[in-house]
Ligand binder design. Sequence first.
Ligand code: ADP
Ligand code: MG
Length: 434
Amino acid sequence: MALAAPLTLSSSEISSQEERDLRIIVQKFGGTSVSTPERRQLVGDRVAQALQEGYAPCVVVSAMGRAGDPYATDTFIQMAAGIYPDTHPREMDMLIGCGELISAVLVCNTLKARAIPSMAFTGGQAGIVTDANFGKAQILRVNPEHLLRHLREGNVAVVAGFQGWTEAGDIATLGRGGSDTTAAALGAALRAEVVEIYTDVDGIKTADPRIVPEAQTLSVTTYDEIVEMAHQGAKVIHPRAVEIAMRRNLPLRVKSTFDDSPGTLITYSIETTLGMTEKMNGRVITGITHLPRMAQLRVLPGGKSEADMDLRLFRALADVDVDVDLVNVSPQQKSFIVPEGLGEKAARTIESLGFQVQVNKGCAKVSIIGSGMRGVPGVMASMVEALHQAGVSILQTADSHVTISCLVRQEDMEAAVRALHAKFGLDRGAAADD
Ligand code: ADP
Ligand code: MG
């Protein structure tokens, strides 16, 4: 995994006096929540409610809809590639950042039509400064003065998610799920009381409900677990957003735009959150995640020395921006996985060093995650049993203190997720508070 750059805040960060005067809430709305005029009215309801509760809302929006919709991010990507496939990342970011600008203006107008004073901002206007890594930029700092001035004057700020400006003034986008990161970074810079992530599901669930319809909604969970679930494929929230919130102890709440259920509260430590201990007790596994379309690579020295392979292999992959995962190292062989789309590039790089490589496409990684598994014996055994009973072969495994991952064939992925969900009692709501 790439190391995240530190997020620094400017010295003009909101003072604690202002914090007491101005109770800021960040409310982020995903693509499906802003896709139609009717849905934008629901956004308006959420903002109106926050205002009624005495908050100064800072709203962050994603581009409207999903792939195929006219102003969705994927649509812009196809639009550019259709004319000139090698669009430079800088220009690509100018184009794909438009979706959020459109949403910001429309949501701003929706609020104004309800007599709620509001102003729309690009990411850059909102003070988000990024590095120049176009397409996957990192936020370097946030200068919140401009937003604060308007919030203090009683405006709702509606900020285009997913983007900022580089120091040179170019538009740079933050990568998939980047609006979550915008919301958390603004929440930290504005010292918001809470960041609400509104989406099309009613919180973080024990598995992706598209694969496990009976997945339960977690009522409360820790930053640690959700960072891990997000890294391992639970795309309901971006891991970077959770990391930023964790550093500031900023509460995050993931909830549905479409119903009034309380959603999932992500907080620091369950033990220190009053009244939560009981609900979380006995939870060994919190969730099951999956990462589809991975390629497994097996590398052999091919006549070169093993030490040479150790030294050069991973450095060379890092130099061409290939992130490796599920790394198994033995003296004779190194195996690891990369996203399928990077399989060819990785293989070419390895061959250019003179090593032998086998590429096994069509794999998926399934993981079980839970801070409760620490020190509990037999979790790996249960995982292997569940997969075996479901007829799923395990190609490779890896574990850390809160996660065990297995590489399986892509066609077995959904069966594997369902089998693990059942095996660890998540279907019965053992992990949920209901
Ligand atoms: P948004 O556009 O609002 O950011 P996303 O599509 O990024 O929405 O995230 C919401 C989707 O995440 C859900 O529709 C769901 O299918 C998927 N998802 C994957 N894993 C989980 C999980 N563990 N809990 C909830 N949703 C999940
Ligand atoms: Mg998202």
